[in-house]
Design a protein around this ligand. Sequence first.
Ligand code: WTA
Length: 568
Amino acid sequence: MSTNSVTAQTEEVIQPDPSRTYNLTSYEKKRQTFSWDEAVKGLGAASSGKWNAAYECIDRHVEEGFAEKTALLFTDGEKEESYTFGEVKTITDSYARVLKSGGVAKGSRVFIFLPKSPDCYFTILAAIKAGAIAGPLFEAFKEDAVRERMEDCEAEFLITDSELGKRVPEKDIPSLRKTWEITSLREEACGFADEEDPTVWLGEEDGMLIHYTSGSTGKPKGVLHVQRAISHQYISGKWVLDVHEDDVYWCTSHPGWVTGSVYGVFAPWLNRATVVIHGGRFDADEWYSLIERFKVTIWYSAPTAFRMLMSKGNLFENYNLSSLRHILSVGEPLNPEVIHWAGQNFGVRIHDTWWMTETGAHLIVNLPSEAVKPGSMGRPLPGIEVAILDETGEPLPAGETGELAVKAPWPGLMKTIWKNEQKFRSYFTEDSWYLSGDTAYRDEDGYIFFSGRNDDLINTAGERVGPFEVESRLIEHPAVAEAGVIGKPDPVRGEIIKAFITLREGFTDSSNLRESVRFFVREGLSAHAAPREIEVVEELPKTKISGKILRRVLKAGELSKYKEASQV
Ligand code: WTA
């Protein structure tokens, strides 16, 4: 179990601002009366059985008279771009026509490997408009990470650019039928303006999005989401993001991660927000200046990013951040200090949200109209039932820690794990509880407090990393004989990746060697998966019978060192 847990040290409660209006004010009542049909009714064509997420995000708003409203604001620190809903419709229509003429059809897997940019968003929507399943890839992935995902998914089409395209080993992906470089897609699209509507109407169980996510064992798995998820994305966007007509909304995540697609693209656009994209990496000055320049009102990010901003002291005083009215967080435990920091410096609370790639949308939330208990992830979204289960699957009373489980189904829930129905089924108990793998407890008021994981999955800076993936890469390095990988507690990143390795004959430990091993993982998988710490050991702890490396022994050793250090 991980120690980056947050427990309520105090009974502190922070009340909402009574002077504001919220999209949902009657949490308790809504929990009693809500049915998911209500969420579907808020959509357009989907409410009469014609499903297409791209239509609901963009075209519907144009039809309803909002063609001139700003849909997108982009900056990478140098250039700035702005697009209306009308323009986004024209672009996504013409891209969808090109894709269809190239063979994309209902159910095709179209991978998108682009930096955070307007075209990354447009191509995701265009693929979906054409009836395909969009597979967005994180821009920092290197060759092995890209190959594994595209191979497993039998990717048929790829949209990329000249830089990232170099990391796609096309010859290893025989299913790949066609690759578009974004500049040629744009050129081709000019010839496809103003023709017939390219929207392919789908059913609610038809595929829309696939995200690969890491587990504690094995390679990353393809989590398939289907059209019905948009009703869940829409209602959580309305209530939890609390999007109002004049909001400028910024989610800092890349669409290669589920937060960046569901709450970067879909939920805000289903609610007709003006969406902001920041191209490039984290930069405290650029982030603050973006909030000032675009007058961001709703900001969705992660604890590591907030902690990195906190470490910059009063840098924020150089900027006018008074536009911010609602801040949200996801992906890792949100410590009370961070909430206090936001309250003191921006005059607003941070609202934690809990969900997973597999769950497709928010499940446990802090609504802006409700009291926040710092240290708690919040309470279940109306329509969602959660329980804390003991080892035999029985629900536990308030105050006791067990596995966090959710009653299935709900609209955002994944349809399956790609080509691995058995894995999909393994998430559920016989009584239809979805098992999250997270441990938590609940207080008497129904607030849920995160405790840790019940497996070896690593959460570094809010990103899931499977130890097996990193170990597999490590042992490909010529110097490495065996490897065991764990998450080590870290005050900024929650956890960092630490690798314990034994060396092959003829190699000796040195800082150069460790650096070369680290670089090797970084170049194969991605920077976030590369161990920040490597320790060379004589021997790794193993089970007596099967000889499996005992990560929990490595972890326990590391935790006791951490505890000693924090007591000094
Ligand atoms: C963790 C991200 C504590 C958790 C949307 C979960 C959190 C995993 C929180 C899913 C939170 C997510 N507090 N931990 N508010 N939100 N997690 O699939 O361990 O990338 O199982 O989805 O992140 O990560 P994933």
